[in-house]
Structures are given as structure tokens and as C-alpha cells.
Design a protein around this ligand. Structure first.
Ligand code: GDG
Length: 484
């Protein structure tokens, strides 16, 4: 892998969630591998390079398999070290459930009224970030490269820099960075900004996120010098490089998956059945999160069948809704509401053997999911706000036959790059319904041309290009350190 050559220092990855979770089951301990985009890209890299990964040990058997926190992974053919940070129930509540998921998450997605910052949660968030920093400092070889992630660990860069100034730190913020008047609503906004400035490289998904962050720094840290054009911040004798580095997917791995005989056969089977009944398949896949706009999307589907009755009996809409963060009431409520809405729509329109909406309420095997993306005629991504949205890029990657249409919220980060998608406003059900009608009646040549251009885009900007950009910047930082 070309990428391997770019990693010239020992690599330490830090995420909230661990790549391998050990769970206690009736038949013994089972290791589950997380299948998110970041994990599935970084895991093979660490498997080739060796190295260290620090994460919260959240599995029920994590303490059994690694009493001191460290174990070798993957379990069957160990290639790198996974260091688990164990958290008490109070720490989980304060750090994860409250401060990160009920505070920073909704605020960063501009859902101000959902954001709650309890006084008690903040010191816990801070101390868990310090705990992570101590663990990373302990495990990192001299002059290591640390690649840390996201809003759960906003204070980690600063805490780590204090302990280990020799380490080059790249921190990637996966979710949107809101405008300053919104971000200022976080009672600890100054601490969060300063916490992140401990990094040498700060990666965001879009140029707007970078802009918003630079403004937050200008307004918060008066002694910092901000070069808006270059994206560099000079502060306390250091340079922080702030860049838009949009995350992507492993397009070739997805293509290989959907072209594998088993999945290709399965996708063909779906298509044959659809053709036999003259039907189109639409798909959407989300964690059951209020930022993903699932309820407004269902309202749009309702409007679609109401406005365009000619599509009744012809279009089947498959939505995969994966339970997530069920410790937060808002998430449990949403899950119930999606179910009720689906029932209502199906009750209103279904007839004979046709049901307009099929909901799968659990995680689907990744290979099959990609097979569904290949077979689908259109995908509907209608997030209210989204840092990027990998589903949009996965759908494009899986469309090896090149005929599907992507309807994509213009407020998802992915819309910046996927210009040939049909952009929709997530809060305009009528407009979304009209765009859906347009997608289904568009000439095939038009659909193919759009998909071709989007496929070219994902081929030119893969997850490996994303990592390569981070590593290139880390190299720059290490060279500067070596000179000073
Ligand atoms: C955050 C940001 C940003 C979903 N259901 C199943 C399943 N998935 C996989 C998808 C995709 C991933 O989970 C979801 O990624 P998204 O990007 O759509 O959304 P978030 O989880 O909110 O991620 C987001 C991302 O970080 C990366 O920077 O794009 O904006 O919010 O890979 O395919 N995978 C399987 N079964 C499922 O049922 N196997």
C-alpha cells in the first residue's frame, strides 16, 4: 500500500469507540468488530504497520480479555495493541451520555433547543479527556504521530501536548462546526477551542467548518494570530494547521464486495424481483439519530404518494434504521416515532402485496447493505445537518451498474463534493417529493451521466487520500519539530 510509506513515525490512533469489542455471551466471550467508516479504514492500516490504538473499553467482557486494559488485536492474528480506557458508570454518564451526546452533538448540528450542558457533566468530560491523554502519553513512543478523533475528545490535544510536547497530534472533527453565535452557547466554548488548539493539525469536513472554527478562535483566543487564507493559527509559539480534509470511503473495497459472486447474485435477485413487479427500489440507511432527518423524510414520502398517485404500487422504499445511543431518551423516542410514522404511511397507501415503506430496525451485514445499494434505483439521504455522510459516498461506490440516482440533503457535508446528486432541502417535504418524482422520470442517459461523474469523484478522493493528507501534514509537523 502506497500509504504505508507515508507513515514514517509510530502511529497511535485514539477514538472514543474501540475497533474490537469483547462481549460476554451465553456461549462465552465474543469479539465484535465495529464496521464504521473510520474504524474499517484505520484498522487495516494498523494491521499492516503495527502500532497502538487507544479507546474506551465499552464491551461487557473487555476487562476479562484485558484486565490491565491492553490486548493484542485482531484476536486471531494479532497485529497491533489496543489499549482500553475503562470508565465508571458516572464517567460514562457525564462524559459520553451528557456532555458529548446531549451537549456538543446537538449544538454542533445547530439543534440548539436539544442541547443541554449540565454543570456536573463538564468536570467529568474534562477528567475523562485527561484520563485518555495520560493513557496515550504512556503508550506513545518518542516522536509518535497521534491521530485522534471527534467531539468526545476535544480536550485531548491540549492535555496530551502538556504531557508529551514531542508528539505530533492530528485531530479530526467528524461533525459540523457551527457558526460562532451558535457555538458560543456552549458554556465551556473557550475551553473547547483551547483544548483543540493543542493539536498540530485540525481536520474538518468542509471549508465552511474550517471558516467557522477560525472565527471561533479569533473571537475566543485574542492572543492567537489567525491566517485565514492559509488556515494556520500561530499561538504560544506553535503553529496549528487547520484544514478541510473531507473523509471518504474505500471505493475499491466496496466495488470488490458488490462484484463478489455472492453479493452480485443477491443484488441481481433483488433487481429481478423488482422488475417482475415493475417496481423501483429506494433506500436510506441511518443510525436512528434526529440529525438524520428521518421523520421529515417520511413526511416527504407521504407527500410523494399523495401528490403523485401514479407511483403507488411502483415504488418501494427500504429504510434501515439502526438503534443508537439508546441511553438518551430523545433517541428512544425517535425510534418509536419512526415506527409509528411508517405504520401510518403503510396504512394509508398499502394495497395487495405492495407496501410503500419497509423498515429494518437493526444493523444489516455490511456486504448485504452494499448489495442493496447496488440494486437500488435511488438513495435518499436527507440529514438536517451532517459532517459528511458516508452512506451517500457508499451508495455511489456500490453503484457499479451506474444507473441509480442520489437524492442528497444540501446541508450534509457530502453535498460539497457530490455536486451531481439531486440536492434537496431536508425540511421541504413537497420539494423532496417533487425531486423524487424527477429522479424516477429522468432519462436514463441523464442518470448515468450524473452517476458517472459522482463515481469519478469518489475514485479520485478515497479514504486513503484522506489519510494521506493527514500523514503528509504530520510529516511536515515532524520535520518542523526536528529542526527546532
Ligand atoms: C459521523 C458523522 C461523518 C449504518 N447502518 C449500518 C451500517 N452503517 C454504516 C454506514 C456508514 C456508517 O455506518 C454511518 O456513517 P455516516 O457518515 O452516515 O454517519 P455517522 O455515524 O453519524 O458518522 C458523519 C462520519 O462520522 C465520518 O466522518 O460522515 O457526518 O456524523 O459507514 O454504512 N453498517 C452496517 N450495517 C448497518 O445496518 N454494516
Amino acid at each position: 500500500m502506497e500509504l504505508l510509506k507515508r507513515v514514517t513515525h509510530p502511529l497511535v490512533v485514539v477514538t472514543n469507540r474501540e475497533p474490537y469489542i469483547d462481549e460476554r455471551t451465553r456461549s462465552g466471550i465474543r469479539t465484535i468488530q465495529k464496521a464504521g467508516g473510520v474504524v474499517s479504514a484505520l484498522d487495516p492500516l494498523l494491521q499492516s504497520l503495527g502500532g497502538d490504538w487507544v479507546a474506551w473499553g465499552s464491551g461487557t467482557a473487555d476487562r476479562d480479555t484485558a484486565p490491565k486494559g491492553t490486548r493484542l488485536v485482531p484476536p486471531k492474528s494479532p497485529r497491533y495493541r489496543l489499549h482500553r480506557v475503562f470508565l465508571s458508570p458516572e464517567e460514562i454518564q457525564g462524559y459520553y451520555t451528557h456532555y458529548a451526546n446531549q451537549g456538543l452533538w446537538p449544538l454542533s448540528h445547530l439543534l440548539i433547543e436539544r442541547a443541554q450542558f449540565s454543570r456536573d457533566a463538564w468536570p467529568i468530560y474534562r477528567s475523562v479527556n485527561q484520563k485518555f491523554a495520560r493513557r496515550v502519553a504512556q503508550q506513545s513512543p518518542p516522536q509518535a504521530w497521534v491521530f485522534s478523533h471527534d467531539y468526545q475528545l476535544a480536550l485531548l490535544p491540549q492535555e496530551l501536548k502538556k504531557l508529551r510536547p514531542d508528539i505530533a497530534i492530528a485531530h479530526f472533527w467528524h461533525i459540523p462546526w457551527p457558526t460562532f453565535p451558535v457555538f458560543r452557547l456552549c458554556p465551556q466554548y473557550q475551553e473547547i477551542v483551547r483544548g483543540l488548539l493543542g493539536a498540530d493539525i485540525l481536520g474538518f469536513q468542509t471549508p465552511d467548518d474550517v471558516d467557522n472554527f477560525l472565527t471561533a478562535v479569533e473571537r475566543t483566543v485574542k492572543s492567537a494570530l489567525v491566517d485565514r487564507d492559509g488556515g494556520d493559527i500561530f499561538w504560544q509559539g506553535r503553529t496549528v494547521r487547520v484544514r478541510a480534509i473531507p473523509i471518504s470511503v474505500d471505493v475499491e473495497a466496496i466495488e470488490a464486495l458488490v462484484e463478489s459472486p455472492r453479493i452480485a447474485r443477491w443484488a441481481r435477485g433483488i433487481r429481478r424481483r423488482l422488475k417482475a413487479s415493475h417496481r423501483y427500489l429506494g433506500v436510506s440507511v441511518d443510525r436512528a439519530d434526529y440529525t438524520k432527518g428521518i421523520l421529515p423524510r417520511l413526511a416527504a414520502i407521504d407527500a410523494f404518494f399523495d401528490r403523485y398517485p401514479e407511483h403507488r404500487g411502483q415504488v418501494v422504499f427500504l429504510q434501515v434504521v439502526v438503534p443508537t445511543r439508546s441511553e438518551v431518551e430523545a433517541y428512544r423516542k425517535l425510534f418509536r416515532e419512526v415506527e409509528q410514522e411508517t405504520l401510518r404511511i403503510n396504512h394509508r397507501y398499502a394495497y395487495g402485496d405492495w407496501k410503500p415503506v419497509i423498515t429494518v430496525r437493526r444493523a444489516v451485514d455490511r456486504a448485504r447493505l452494499m448489495g442493496i445499494f447496488r440494486a437500488a434505483d435511488f438513495a435518499l439521504v436527507s440529514s438536517l445537518f451532517d459532517g459528511m455522510n458516508l452512506v451517500a459516498k457508499e451508495f455511489v461506490s456500490a453503484q457499479v451498474d451506474g444507473r441509480g440516482v442520489l437524492l442528497l440533503s444540501e446541508t450534509a457535508g457530502a453535498a460539497v463534493e457530490l455536486q451531481e446528486a439531486l440536492h434537496v432541502s431536508p425540511l421541504d417535504p413537497e420539494g423532496l417529493a417533487a425531486t423524487l418524482h424527477q429522479a424516477l422520470t429522468m432519462p436514463v442517459s441523464d442518470r448515468e451521466a450524473r452517476m458517472r461523474r459522482m463515481r469519478q469523484q469518489v475514485h479520485e478522493h478515497t479514504i486513503y487520500d484522506w489519510m494521506a493528507q493527514i500523514f503528509e501534514l504530520l510529516q511536515e509537523v515532524s520535520e518542523t519539530y526536528a529542526r527546532s
